[in-house]
Design a binder for this molecule. Sequence first.
Ligand SMILES: N[C@@H](CCC(=O)N[C@@H](CS)C(=O)NCC(=O)O)C(=O)O
Length: 202
Amino acid sequence: MKLYYSPGACSLSPHIALREAGMKFDLVKTALQTHTLADGTDYYQITAKGQVPLLELDDGARLSEGPVIMQYIADHAPASGLAPPAGTMERYRVMEWLNFITSEIHKSFSPMFNPNMPQDGKDVLAARLKDKFAYVDARLEGQDYLMGKQFSVADAYLFTVSNWAATVGVDITGFKNLEAFRARMKARPAVQEAMKAEGLVK
Ligand SMILES: N[C@@H](CCC(=O)N[C@@H](CS)C(=O)NCC(=O)O)C(=O)O
């Protein structure tokens, strides 16, 4: 398999999931400013969406949309426990988190990286994001991970989007449960390996 990624982008979450699952994969770095690969290939020729993450399977099929890619990974490594079995209530809980993170958090961050976004728009989004993180912080009370004791793909996604807060000026300091969660995530070998491979840490 191949994972098309950009360092520190949302593709970090399926990257972590692949490592947590112990799967074999290659990383293909994508420059999102120019939508090109290192060898000059036009990324739009690979995916018309022009976005990461993109998982290319061994048969050449390409799967997009991070929350779906992560569930594909989890379902193909069931022993990893990255997501509960499909059809169970617990699985819907993981999907509920993935959907919340993608629609309420990830996509509130995206315009903040746009240099054409006016500051007052950024301020509105920053306040909205702070509210969403306050909700997550409250839900993490007394829990190691979003699903309780068990790590899931939703945690990889939450970790990834919360990494962006400092860069765009969303103040999440003081959210003690979220801070503890982030420290727990950083201690996971798969997270360290993924961050190292993306050049985010030494
Ligand atoms: N709906 C997509 C969104 C992916 C997305 O927003 N990717 C960003 C990086 S975090 C991207 O590729 N941006 C470049 C672009 O939109 O051209 C998903 O959930 O995977």
